[in-house]
Design a protein. Sequence first.
Length: 739
Amino acid sequence: MNQSSPTLAYCADLLGLDQEDLRVSLTTRVMLTTAGGTKGTVIKVPLKVEQANNARDALAKAVYSCLFDHVVRRVNQCFPFSTTSNFIGVLDIAGFEYFEHNSFEQFCINYCNEKLQQFFNERILKEEQELYQKEGLGVREVHYVDNQDCIDLVEAKLNSNNSKESKQKAGKLSFISVGNKFKTQLNLLLEKLRSTGSSFIRCVKPNLKMVSHQFEGAQILSQLQCSGMVSVLDLMQGGFPSRAPFHELYNMYKQYMPDKLTRLDPRLFCKALFKALGLNENDYKFGLTRVFFRPGKFAEFDQIMKSDPDHLAELVKKVNQWLVVSRWKKVQWCSLSVIKLKEKMNVLTLMFACVRAWVHMYSRVCAHALLCALTRVCVRSYGHSIDGMVKVRNLKMRMERFNEVVGALKEGKQEMAQLATVMTRKEINQKYQGLVKSSEQLLSSMQKKKQEEEELERLRLIEEEMERERKRREEEDQQRQQDESDRKKKSEMEHKRKHEEEERKRREEEKRIMQAEMDIQIALEREEDVQRSAMLEQERRDRELAMRIAQSEAELITDDAQVDPSLRRGSQVQALKAAGVKKYDLSKWKYAELRDVINTSCAQQNPAMVTQQQEIAMNRQQRYFRIPFIRPGDQYKDPQNKKKGWWYAHFDGPWIARQMELHPDKQPILLVAGKDDMEMCELSLEETGLTRKRGAEILPRQFEEIWERCDGITYLRNAIESKQARPTYATAMLQNLLQ
């Protein structure tokens, strides 16, 4: 008789089963052996605790499924008809829950919630905004979180299960898994939801204690944000949830209007109604095919339209008045448009004339400027030729005047004719050939000079190309060497980190062994102390007994005589004990002696030597690290909205010397040892665990580049000048650089 026996009896009574049969079915399984003939032996194998729990849960689920189907079947039998085209369905599903270990059932519930959330986003947010954009309302776009990537992650196939080896080992599956069945049923449900009109009810858990009148604001806000209600409220605040096509409004309210108004276009008919009723333009907006209303405004409009006949007559009067006014305004607008168009054409004509005049004037000015520029170029390039031609022209004019004067003379004509030089055809040809030959020689020399210049230019270009190629190769070699050195340094740092990790493990192991040995030694000493204490206690009792006997017999027994000489402490031990006591006994020391001893000991242990401290700082090991961080306020935000920063540290030996914090939305924070000790990392390098973190250590060059970019040299120099910086490797290097 155990604790679950009453529960078993109660379940067996409800199911109409025998208690023993139910217990055997839940705690054992039947095996049938076929060895020894056609009839086998039935063997009942006990189930493990986990298997028995699974059998119990499977039975409960099967009973619940059959009961649910039975209730649905009985409800359907109560309907007086078997088929219908219209129905009202209610879908209730458990919400998102967070467990340390999720079961398969909870995974299916979460998957169903993700699919329904996607349907909610499509129906409420996506389709609504697409309708606003299609109708041209100009409503501000509302952004929302799309969970399609999460659904794709769940529904995607695993590539490893489709490999050839897994198929050969597992074989082809001949059954439909529970997950695929659930996925198929969920797709059928979503198809039915997409083909019908849907209304959504969002349930919010006010607190985790499940008590009334207690609301946790942060938890409720988180649920509203995760369910997309913030985006929905934003869309409802700026959107128009009620809408109706123009022809439906026309058919709905044309019976209340006279025939004169029913002949209007449906859009103009609706516009006339709204203007006549005096509705606020912010409460409605006209689209391409329908009119949109703010929440509650359509009901108000319908109530006004279905009011008393007197009010309806007044409404018809206002509609006619608005039509007349609107048509008159349209005529006025057309007239004004024609007048403005005519004035605009006149202004354009004048502007065209002004532009044409400016263009002509500009072209003439440009032509004159171009002519002047060409003149200056010609004078600069061919000035000497022009001067020579002018001189030749002047000489020609002088020769003509000279010939005129000579011709006017009467005497001396024959002498002048004899003195005039006359060239024969042969002489002219010789002279011409000579000139042609000299011109050809000059032309060939010029061409040869041009070829030499072109060859020199080509050689210069080749040399420049070779120089660029050489520089490029040198840069590539330098970059390759730099990459190789960085790779070697990183490998050395990784090897060093592994060595330090092994060294740390070895030290921990040695420490553990030493601690174990010390524990054993302490235990042995404690056991010896106990034995010694017991022996001394026995000696004390024996001594007291002996003293009592001696007193009864009137004999005097001295204390030293009663103690066993073998148990006495030696003189050296007692002297050492007395010296140990006297070593720390300062009660007899004078004030002057105490002062001299204290001052002398401090001077010997901590000499004030700045140079020696700098040498020690230069010889310590320098390590540089970089790790990312996220602010606590952004920890639970969307991954796209999280802002990540970087934390840099320079360790001078076991302690930090410089520290940087690079935030994405504010100035970098620079800290140096000595000045900012209260704000820097107080742990040693071994305690931080940075040496055991893979990829955390960086090269010194990477740290120094960021430090210089953030103006860290100026900050460190100011700290050194104000004597606030502690002597470290960084301060020593900066002081050497400044000197």
